[in-house]
Design a protein around this ligand. Structure first.
Ligand SMILES: [Zn+2]
Length: 288
């Protein structure tokens, strides 16, 4: 342990609060992206002299309001705002409309609490911890958005990529060469495999957002860990599909649909987090 228990507890509490803020971002950022897209279409139509439909309401803000019910928009107040506890006390329901609150909020909060605590225990306090916490926060937020919307926003993956490369110009998490090869190699490998896959099978395969997510992880963690992250992601994705098929007793065709519709980002992010926390030696021992 590189940090006393009270520091670990404090970092876990910071993880709970960061998780609450980021679970709001995970809900609001895709809404804002839809609004921007509708607005762009309306503006383009207006330029062409056609009648366009402007998006309803003002542009959704990311941080202007506290947590609210997604169904009726009622603000969560009092104990309802406390991370995880609020969800449990309210029996996972909105007080105003009675609709179930999504599990994603407390899940993001708990994951970041555990990850932040484990990172400080591993790294101690310092710039390395701060960098690891930022990457973990990005990964958890991206996983939450992809799980809900099948979307990995450029607004998170691209700044994440550039921040990782900038930090590692000064070798904060890995040396500069590993970071550059990780970012470029990660993207080229993913885009190349996807091109080959679509040529051979005529199907789409993983989306462009997944390529950028792998490039981002390469920039922060170096090219050396990418094979382990990809294998872990494919392993958990395959396991999820098999368990889903067994659970639902689905047909082969339904299984194929589930495979095509399954977001890959949460599996990539989970692979990245596992390698960040545990290194690659346990994984090599498992595989070799
Ligand atoms: Zn409600």
């Amino acid at each position: 342990m590189n940090a006393p228990p009270e520091v670990i507890a404090l970092c876990s509490a910071a993880g709970l609060i960061a998780g609450q803020v980021l679970s709001l971002v995970a809900v609001r950022l895709p809404r804002r992206m839809h609004w921007d897209l509708e607005n762009e279409v309306a503006l383009a139509q207006a330029e062409l002299g056609r009648e366009g439909q402007a998006p309803a309401g003002p542009r959704p803000a990311l941080f202007a309001r506290g947590p609210e019910c997604e169904h009726c928009g009622a603000a969560l107040r009092g104990v309802g705002v406390v991370p995880v506890l609020g969800y449990l006390i309210r029996n996972a329901r909105c007080v105003a409309c009675g609709v179930s609150l999504p599990l994603m909020g407390p899940l993001v909060e708990l994951t970041l609490a555990v990850v932040f605590g484990a990172l400080v225990a591993q790294n101690g306090l310092g710039i390395g911890l701060l960098a690891a916490a930022v990457l973990a926060a990005l990964l958890v937020t991206l996983a939450a958005i992809d799980a809900r919307e099948r979307l990995l926003p450029d607004a998170l993956t691209l700044p994440g990529l550039w921040i990782g490369l900038t930090l590692n110009a000064f070798s904060v998490t890995v040396d500069p060469t590993s970071a550059i090869l990780g970012a470029a190699g990660g993207w080229l490998f993913m885009a190349g495999s996807q091109w080959l896959f679509s040529r051979i099978t005529g199907r789409e395969g993983v989306a462009a957002g997944d390529h950028k997510l792998v490039a981002m992880m390469g920039a922060w963690l170096g090219w050396q860990v990418l094979p382990a992250i990809l294998l872990l992601a494919m392993g958990t994705a395959a396991l999820t599909l098999v368990l889903g098929r067994l659970g639902a007793g689905t047909t082969a065709q339904a299984g194929e649909t589930a495979q095509a519709e399954m977001p890959f980002g949460p599996h990539l992010a989970a692979g990245g987090l596992l390698i960040m926390l545990g290194g690659t030696s346990w994984f090599s021992a498992l595989v070799l």
